[in-house]
Design a protein around this ligand. Structure first.
Ligand code: BT5
Length: 208
């Protein structure tokens, strides 16, 4: 039996999405599942993985302005030194996608969903040879630490882990496409492309 005061870690076999279970739990809770039948990414896209092949976890944290980048930093550090971040917070191994992060805010809570490929990856994507529970343990230690870190520390560390900065990028905005050099992330976490801050959108790394 766990401590009744302690936020729960809920371990599930199969679930629709860990995000939907986490939404009703207190801050500090974690939901992890062997399989998701309706795992999702951003913008209603799907996150897919066969049963037992990856880490699928949702962390309930207190909503904060740079939480999305902070979660990227924590996850990259948990995955190890070869892993880099593509803005806003895709995890890359080389140029290939290893994992992704979905942040959904609900009142004071932010549900931070993390998917990492471990034993399997779709064509063109990457996977990490690490035991799931070790990765989960490292995330449980690193996420709360980065979620409460000061903005400048988050931004400085994000920059050192970034695969996007100094690259030519194409950003698909709702109303237009922007191409240029990703110069920096600003104090709001926006990506600055040729002087233009971009707060949301999909980034494609272009060849130099
Ligand atoms: C993401 O979205 O990358 C965020 C993924 C978050 C998944 C976690 S799992 C635990 C929690 N519960 C959920 O329901 N979700 C979170 P986005 O940047 O929109 O990328 C989605 C795109 O990645 C898809 O359209 C596919 O092209 C691709 N994709 C899907 N499954 C993948 C996989 N296993 N590995 C690599 N790419 C994948």
């Amino acid at each position: 039996m766990g401590d009744p005061e302690e936020p729960p870690t809920v371990r599930l076999g199969s679930v629709g999405s860990t995000q939907d279970v986490a939404r009703d739990l207190p801050i500090g809770s974690v939901v992890v599942a062997d399989h998701q039948t309706a795992g999702r990414g951003r913008l209603s896209r799907a996150w897919e993985a066969p049963p037992g092949t990856g880490l699928h976890a949702s962390f309930v944290l207190r909503a904060a302005p740079l939480l999305s980048l902070a979660a990227g930093v924590a996850t990259a550090q948990a995955c190890g030194p070869a892993v880099r971040l593509k803005w806003p917070n895709d995890l890359l191994l080389g140029e290939r996608k290893l994992g992704g992060i979905l942040v959904e805010v609900s009142g004071q809570k932010a549900i931070v969903g993390i998917g990492i490929n471990l034993k399997w990856a779709p064509p063109g994507a990457a996977r990490l040879g690490m035991p799931r529970d070790q990765l989960l343990e490292d995330l449980q230690r690193l996420l709360p630490r980065w979620a409460s870190a000061a903005g400048p520390e988050i931004l400085t560390t994000w920059r050192t882990l970034s695969a996007t900065l100094a690259r030519r990028v194409r950003v698909e905005l709702p109303d237009r496409v922007l191409e240029g050099v990703a110069e920096d992330v600003d104090e709001n976490g926006s990506l600055v492309v040729d002087g233009v801050p971009v707060s949301a959108g999909d980034v494609i790394h272009l060849r130099m």
